[in-house]
Design a binder for this molecule. Structure first.
Ligand code: SF4
Ligand code: SF4
Length: 286
């Protein structure tokens, strides 16, 4: 089972929820937590696992043999990302824009383009007991998060329960992290900003055909509009976490919610049972 934990905006407590769920379930199940928030992977700040494996991530970028090139311009024409340009008798490659799709080398009529790897990040792995963490890290200044996320997801073992810490927002890296999931938990806060970004995230998961439920964090900080929206849209609110100084203090010290306040384990186990029920009901209805 793959549960993605996402949020339309950053800072809602997505990682707090993902790590608490992983730690609570790891008492009884084999868990893989995939930190796909590759621009800012911070699940391990709360998990404190020793990293024992590291693998660099590369994307293939074009290398042009000018001796073979006729400067026909075909490569620049097919590149959807403006990462290659032909100016008179010169082919220019802009590695930071290249998505490594391979279209230019495939379509070059002179076979003048080969590919070379460019390092864009790293995937790290660590474990303790039943809990395994796989985290992607995008190199500073890089924009190409999806290839790193794909590398992280290659570690998925379907025999385990997989929890995916998704990047914030609703852009390409988010879609890459969420797709293939059985369920998406959307973490939000009861503010106008939370509501706005939640509605965008709901639209995204609906387009992907993934069932979702909501966790409202910092209950007490704003208004009831998020709850009203969820009721109106028929989206279950599966957990509420209050605005609580103790929770904020634990987080600021790098202590997970369920380790700092063990009573919360029960809440996260109940959350998991609710997710199970929703997935089972959906399968039964098919
Ligand atoms: S498609 Fe090939 S031959 Fe044409 S300009 Fe590009 S590299 Fe040169
Ligand atoms: S590999 Fe794809 S993205 Fe990169 S330059 Fe070639 S066509 Fe453009």
């Amino acid at each position: 089972m793959i549960i993605a934990v996402a949020s339309g905006k950053g800072g809602t407590g997505k990682t707090l929820v993902a790590t608490s769920l992983a730690l609570s379930l790891s008492d009884n199940y084999k868990i893989q937590l995939l930190d796909c928030d590759v621009e800012e992977p911070n699940a391990n700040i709360l998990l404190h696992l020793a990293i024992n494996q590291s693998q660099r991530v590369y994307i293939p970028i074009p290398k042009v043999a000018e001796a073979k090139c006729t400067y026909c311009g075909k490569c620049a024409e097919v590149c959807a990302y403006n990462a290659i340009a032909v100016i008179k008798e010169k082919v220019l490659v802009f590695p930071e824009l290249c998505h490594g799709c391979g279209a230019c080398s495939y379509l070059c009529p002179e076979s003048a383009i080969t590919e070379e790897g460019r390092e864009i990040g790293v995937v790290e792995r660590g474990d303790s007991g039943n809990l395994e963490l796989i985290q992607g890290k995008l190199n500073v200044g890089e924009a190409m998060a999806p290839p790193v996320i794909r590398e992280v997801k290659k570690y998925i073992d379907p025999a385990n329960i997989i929890i995916v810490d998704v990047p914030p927002g609703t852009s390409c890296p988010v879609i890459e992290a969420v797709k293939g999931g059985d369920f998406c938990l959307l973490v939000t806060e009861p503010t106008p900003f939370g509501l706005n970004d939640l509605s965008l995230a709901v639209e995204m998961v609906r387009k992907l055909g993934i069932p979702c439920g909501v966790v409202i964090n910092r209950v007490g900080v704003g208004d009831k509009e998020v709850e009203r929206y969820c009721h109106q849209e028929g989206i279950p609110i599966l957990l509420k976490i209050p605005l609580d100084r103790n929770i904020a203090l634990l987080y600021s010290k790098g202590i997970s919610l369920v380790e700092g306040i063990p009573e919360w384990r029960e809440e996260f186990l109940r959350l998991f049972q609710d997710i199970n029920r929703i997935i089972a009901a959906r399968w039964a209805a098919k």
